[in-house]
Design a protein around this ligand. Structure first.
Ligand code: CP3
Length: 345
């Protein structure tokens, strides 16, 4: 990592060093709330965009150029690992991801591949193109889906509100669930190490739907695989961010996996979470994204409240509690980012 990147607001905050203000980026910053995204999306399918390094780089750069955020995030999806393992994945407009061959049996699990680095080479290629475009200006965050969250899509065959099939599978077929989780974890660790080798400056593990699990099930079916993955990473000087919806409950367990940063949903008081964590674990978050639909005065008030709450804390990265929704007005996102950038501790 270059000295300039090491000294960036984002990397320093991720390693709990003091900065003049918190860095800001937003989950789903490279996406549908920008008309410039649609100009590209209307020409290609989502997977074509992910798999063509020049296009993935174009989309990654949109929020860098249009919003002036403090860290870029690779344009891709958490489900590319499952696709590389053998899932027939399609992203259907207005519906979301769909696997036409959901995993339902031991046979289905046995059929999934675990030596898939070649099939994910396009991601390494995209990272190299993006780093050329960024030219050392701001850090690039790579990412992957955590095994439990990826498993939920493979089992359900797509998104789910209640995770009924997933939970039934964990409850009735725990041995099979562990077989599947172990396979995904192996692919995920290799994939993240590939991203490090290709040049990312930070990594985020997305366990978006961990919130569906009880404490014991989270420990058994999610947490231990995240521990395995994080322990296998060739971390060098790269911070690791651990995200889940539910982190306000699971943060003490998440910290045991030794991430540098825990990304917190909007339910929790961020300072309270920070103070409950071991020293040296930073927090990221946690504005309710729905605030960004509101009037400017409301956006300003809520963001300032969060700052005042976090003033004096080392290791705070400003983000949302979850991703930007597609219909949030672009100008409100820009307004929020400019506000954070104007803040001084
Ligand atoms: O943050 C970024 O801007 C980087 C790119 C990124 C995408 N997906 C692009 C995307 C990242 C980091 C993700 C992660 C992701 N994908 C997660 C974890 C984060 C989270 O939100 O919890 C999850 C659960 C997915 C799975 C997924 N991908 C869903 C459920 C959907 C469709 C519905 C939805 O919420 O968007 C996608 C598609 C997707 N991934 C789009 C984008 C820009 C939309 C594609 C389109 O234009 O149709």
């Amino acid at each position: 990592m270059t000295t300039a990147i090491k000294d960036s607001l984002f990397i320093k905050s991720a390693f709990s060093q003091s900065t003049e203000r918190p860095p800001v980026w937003m989950m789903r910053q490279a996406g549908r709330f920008m008309k410039e995204y649609w100009a590209i999306k209307n020409k290609y399918s989502f997977l074509e965009m992910c798999k063509t390094p020049e296009i993935a780089a174009d989309v990654t750069m949109l929020p860098v150029d249009l919003l002036g955020i403090d860290a870029a995030i690779l344009f891709s999806d958490i489900l590319v690992t499952a696709e590389a393992m053998g899932g027939n994945l399609d992203f259907i407009q207005g519906v979301g991801p769909k696997f036409s061959n959901p995993v339902r049996s031991k046979q289905d699990i046995d059929a999934l591949q675990t030596e898939v680095e070649d099939r994910l080479q396009y991601v390494a290629d995209a990272i190299k193109v993006i780093q050329q475009r960024l030219a050392g200006s701001i850090p690039l965050i790579g990412f992957a889906g955590a095994p439990f969250t990826v498993l939920s899509y493979l089992i359900e065959g797509g998104s789910s509100k209640d995770f009924k099939r997933t939970k039934l599978f964990l409850n009735n077929e725990p041995a099979l669930a562990h077989q599947l989780l172990a396979k995904i974890a192996k692919v995920t660790a290799d994939y993240l190490n590939m991203q490090i080798a290709a040049g990312v400056n930070a990594l985020q593990l997305f366990d978006s739907w961990a919130l569906a699990l009880s404490w014991d099930d989270y420990r058994e079916f999610s947490h231990r695989y995240n521990v395995d993955i994080i322990s296998q990473l060739d971390r060098q000087d790269i911070p690791i961010i651990s995200f889940c919806k539910g982190s306000s409950v699971f943060a003490p367990l998440m910290a045991e996996a030794r991430p540098d940063v825990i990304s917190v949903d909007w339910n929790a008081d961020l300072k309270h979470v920070k103070n409950s964590l071991p020293k040296g674990v930073a927090v990221q978050g946690n504005l309710d994204p729905y605030v960004l639909y509101a009037d400017r005065a409301v956006i300003k008030k809520k963001i300032l409240n969060l700052f005042e709450r976090m003033r004096g804390e080392e290791g705070f990265i400003f983000n949302l509690g979850h991703g930007i929704m597609p219909d949030i007005p672009f100008d409100n996102v820009k307004y929020a980012i400019d506000l954070v950038k104007g803040f001084r501790y």
